[in-house]
Design a protein around this ligand. Structure first.
Ligand code: FES
Ligand code: FES
Length: 170
């Protein structure tokens, strides 16, 4: 990576939910601040700001990443997906989101965006997960609202529906 001047801003561009975006960032600006304050994509929430709670999780090149542990300038050229990119259209939720709605897995919603981004990536690679595997994924997300039961149920329902939609995964 090239050496960047700490006092100046540097151009950063990447694909966000399928669309090219660009802006300028000081070298120390974190990705979540770039997304929220430079790009205006406020769906990604910020909790602990040091990699513990999982609230800020986004997908970078298909993998879940904590955006509080990533600099904006490190993301130049990447393909980034956030919670705003899950729904197939403004009128229709993604299967995972719909399952959360049905099972009341949203709760206060603060950490939901990060949980959705982790589960979405996980279910893509693990179409027939056990409940234990889902709980393992969720162990990286600290939710203060209540127990994780509705979230686990929503993830299991979503996995079953996604398998039904893609019979090759069954
Ligand atoms: S805000 Fe990033 S892990 Fe908590
Ligand atoms: S949904 Fe409220 S803290 Fe997790």
């Amino acid at each position: 990576m090239p050496r960047l001047s700490a006092t100046s801003r540097h151009p950063v561009s990447f694909t966000l939910n399928g669309r090219p975006v660009r802006g300028e960032a000081e070298p120390r600006l974190l990705l979540h601040d770039f997304l929220r304050h430079v790009i205006g994509a406020t769906g990604t929430h910020v909790g602990c700001e040091h990699g513990v709670c999982g609230a800020c999780t986004v997908q970078i090149d298909g993998a879940p990443v904590r955006s509080c542990l990533r600099l904006a300038v490190q993301s130049d050229g990447a393909e980034i997906r956030t919670v705003e990119g899950l729904a197939p259209s403004p009128e229709r939720l993604a299967i995972l989101q719909e399952s959360f709605r049905e099972h009341h897995g949203l709760q206060c919603g603060f950490c939901t965006a990060g949980i959705l981004m982790s589960l979405d990536a996980f279910l893509r690679g693990n179409p027939d997960p056990t409940e234990a595997a889902i709980r393992e994924v969720l162990s990286g997300h600290l939710c203060r609202c209540t127990g994780y039961t509705p979230i686990v149920a929503a993830a299991m329902t979503a996995a079953a529906r996604l398998r039904a939609e893609e019979p090759s995964h069954a």
